[in-house]
Design a protein around this ligand. Structure first.
Ligand code: FAD
Length: 468
């Protein structure tokens, strides 16, 4: 069959409005948020049903044509970009909420539903869906599950993986694997759905998911506190967890330099506290029943007496809470305005974070004297976005030539502390080769065996993740 025939069959399989060859329409799908990876593709498929996805994959598998699944295109490691002219499969039109079961505390959604819409549907049903990240207005459930996304509420609710009850997946050969159950207990052999969560579109295409819903928080306390060190932040976290009975949902570390970048570049932001501090934490505790304000205030008062906290502010309204969160959520955007940055998404055991920061900053200073460390993020679950900005007045391109050397130094330290070189963003193409250095040969080989078994013709997002 000629390539032209294959394309004709694929267009038919995707339905009349289900494809595009218009370069203008395809272009935004080819570049990602950081403009780090530029792809190319001449065919965008936009199926609307599971049956269409199934027909598309069957054709790709028979004809050996590679295909790259894409959701909201907010991934940060290049996994969703067709780097070698592959066919692009956008799940964006599979955006129906199939069922909301408030009594059963579950929701069934198609893969292309935007995360914020899932949160909204849960809210309308009087429930809560806790997955939350700065890209939630564009990122889709299919992408969230395929990257096992984390975000700000992992501390309390776990990453995306922990929020899944069931999945519907189309396998490489087009077979539909219906695992779309809402059971809380099901010990009938291997838990196959887990294979596809965090697989970055390399083992199958997720077309729908059954997700857990939770009681809506009725009491929410949001505070921004100045702490002298990461050690103090961790001590404060533990105290807050003990006193609230583990109700802390978010606990985010922000360095002074990060706050300064935000104040300088992001409109309508202001320093929440009067005096500068080397570090801050933004924390949130929520409860469906307990009023938490008094407890949180007494923990902070005690922490101020013992020197763990220098100063703190509590949000008195939702608007104030939103403006504190705006500081945290603007960090990546603000860093862009400061020139080039070299970024890492790493995790270590929480107690090892101070050592990671100290050793990592020292190692990078040796490689690029003057590089400005901007480590921030989910300190509560050991996940730091260990970023470095170009030295003040430095040359962006020269700085970026150091990316591999800087990353190797950071990753070696992470590994020596028992950590992971990708905490929540996945491997994509960015860490595809790097991961092989840090996993045991047995782990890598088992992953490759799975890939070869589920996708023997290597048509699903080839060259991404633990590639074969
Ligand atoms: P895409 O970017 O389209 O795809 C990501 C990967 O999933 C690709 O490998 C793709 O091939 C695969 N894929 C997509 N859909 C499917 C499907 N249906 N079936 C199979 N494979 C599929 N991530 C976090 O974890 N925590 C954060 O706090 C966070 N903050 C962010 C903030 C910003 C400003 C931005 C831009 C990104 C952030 N991210 C964060 C990264 C990103 O939002 C997540 O990785 C998100 O889960 C990706 O969803 P998406 O729909 O955009 O997926």
């Amino acid at each position: 069959m000629t390539y032209a025939n294959v394309i004709t069959r694929l267009k038919e399989a995707a339905g009349p409005n289900g494809w595009s060859e218009d370069a203008g329409e395809i272009a935004p799908h080819l570049v990602e948020w950081r403009s780090k990876y530029q792809g190319h593709s001449t065919l965008l498929l936009k199926p609307q049903t599971t049956a269409q996805v199934s027909a598309i994959l069957a054709i790709c598998n028979q004809t050996g044509n590679a295909i790259v699944p894409q959701g909201g295109n907010t991934g940060l490691v290049g996994g969703q970009i067709p780097l070698n002219g592959e066919i692009l499969l956008s799940l964006g039109r599979m955006n129906k909420i199939r069922n909301v079961d408030a009594e059963g505390a579950s929701i069934i959604v198609e893969a292309g539903v935007v995360l914020a819409n899932v949160q909204h549907a849960a809210d309308e049903a009087g429930k809560y869906f806790p997955l939350s990240l700065a890209a939630e207005g564009s990122a889709t459930i299919g992408g969230n599950l395929s990257t096992n996304a984390g975000g700000v509420n992992v501390l309390r609710y776990g990453p995306a993986r922990d929020l899944v009850l069931g999945l519907e997946v189309v396998l490489a050969d087009g077979r539909v694997l219906d695992l779309l159950r809402t059971l809380r207990k099901d010990n009938t052999g291997y838990d196959l759905k887990q294979l596809f969560i965090g697989a970055e579109g390399t083992l199958g295409v997720i077309t729908a998911a059954a997700l857990k819903l939770f009681p809506k928080p009725k009491s929410r306390v949001t505070a921004f506190a100045a702490v002298p060190s990461p050690e103090a932040a961790i001590a404060l976290l533990n105290r807050m967890q003990d006193e609230t009975g583990g109700q802390v949902s978010a606990f985010e570390l922000i360095p002074r330099v990060g706050l300064e970048f935000v104040l300088k570049h992001i409109p309508q932001t202001s320093d929440p506290l009067a005096a500068p501090s080397p570090w801050y934490v933004l924390m949130e505790a929520t409860s469906a029943a307990l009023p938490l304000n008094d407890i949180a205030e007494s923990v902070i008062a005690h922490a101020m007496d013992t020197g763990l906290v220098a100063d703190a502010v509590f949000a008195a309204s939702e608007a104030q809470a939103a403006s504190l969160w705006r500081v945290r959520e603007s960090l990546s955007e603000a860093q862009k305005h400061e020139g080039a940055s070299i970024k890492h998404d790493v995790s270590v055991p929480v107690r090892a974070i101070p050592e990671l920061l100290k050793n990592g900053i020292a190692a990078v200073e040796k490689i690029v004297p003057g590089a400005r460390p901007v480590p921030f993020g989910h300190i509560g679950d050991g996940n730091i976005h260990f970023n470095f900005s170009v030295p003040a007045g430095g040359d962006n391109d020269v700085f970026l030539t150091k990316w591999n050397e800087v990353s190797r130094a950071v990753h070696n330290i992470v590994h020596s502390l028992g950590g992971s070189i990708s905490a929540e963003h996945g491997l994509g193409v960015m860490k595809r080769d790097e991961i092989v250095r840090y996993k045991s040969p047995a782990e890598i080989e088992l992953m490759r065996t799975l890939k070869r078994t589920l996708d023997p013709n290597n048509i699903l997002n080839p060259g991404k993740g633990v590639a074969i």
